[in-house]
Design a protein around this ligand. Structure first.
Ligand code: 13P
Length: 267
């Protein structure tokens, strides 16, 4: 059984009282598991998650071609689905693109925007990302807005400045906490097996929380996910950091047991 409900919860973690938004564990399948393999993975996650009580919400972001089928698998359960990108317009002559409303039609309630792979592969700017987030939020979807510094930016001491600039440029003005999630994904940690230290994660997330003030109606309610080489064996430590409200998981989300093992560590 999954545990869903109000957005704000208080969890008892041993002797520690953890307050804040309920954790979200999201799987970004990237360009993996289309067709029958995607349906099988969704069924395996559902079967594994249904056996226990999890303290977090679960989200699956499969490739667009299998989104409707995955949404069908988890329909009526507490597991949500999301797209990995959307166009800034609702319809139009944009060959190969997919709008937020099309994702919603395929059962998605979330969409990832501004992932560093899209910022790099498709040269997406902060303004592009903001327009996509706005398009999604306008139709009631939740935008997961990705930000994060490169290795060179961290090495030259620019991490917090980069995060400030990306928040200023990518988060729509007047966004509501209910429809905004931020994913902090240091580019150098994605798919590398390297992660920032707990102190570095804490510093980045506290900074993001501060920068959301004035941009979002209720900054304390915004879920700020950490992403980048989250695995079952490091998730507990990362998810316990202040202002970390879940994880955006790449590689480890392609295996149902690993994904649910990560979810099990959420406070
Ligand atoms: P990995 O978990 O494979 O490092 O990927 C992280 C990511 O990019 C999630 O969006």
């Amino acid at each position: 059984m999954l545990n869903s409900g109000g957005r704000k919860t208080v969890h008892l973690l041993g002797e520690i009282v953890v307050t804040g938004p309920k954790s979200l564990i999201a799987g970004n399948w990237k360009m993996h598991r289309g067709g029958a393999h995607g349906v099988a993975l969704a069924k395996a996650v559902l079967a594994a998650a249904s056996k226990e009580t999890l303290a977090c919400d679960l989200l699956l972001c499969p490739p667009a071609v299998v989104l409707a089928a995955v949404s069908h698998v988890v329909d009526g359960t507490d597991i949500a689905t999301g797209g990995q990108d959307c166009h800034a317009e609702n319809t139009g002559a944009h060959t190969g693109d997919i709008s937020a409303s099309m994702l919603a039609g395929a059962g998605a309630t979330y969409v990832i925007v501004g992932h560093s792979e899209r910022r790099t592969d498709h040269r997406e700017t902060d303004a592009d990302v903001r327009a996509k987030a706005e398009a999604a939020q306008k139709i009631g979807m939740t935008a997961i807005i990705c930000i994060g510094e490169t290795g060179a930016e961290r090495d030259s001491g620019q991490t917090l400045a980069v995060l400030s600039r990306q928040i200023a440029g990518s988060v729509p003005a007047g966004a509501t906490a209910a429809h905004t999630v931020i994913a902090y994904e240091p580019v150098w940690a994605i798919g590398t097996g390297r992660t920032p230290t707990v102190a570095e994660v804490a510093e980045a997330h506290a900074h993001i929380r501060k920068e959301l003030g004035g941009k979002v109606d209720d900054p304390d309610s915004v879920r700020i996910l950490y992403g980048g080489s989250v695995k079952a064996d490091n998730a507990r430590e990362l998810l316990a950091v202040a202002n970390v409200n879940g994880a955006l998981v790449g590689g480890a989300s392609l295996d149902a047991a690993s994904f649910v093992a990560i979810a099990r560590t959420a406070p």
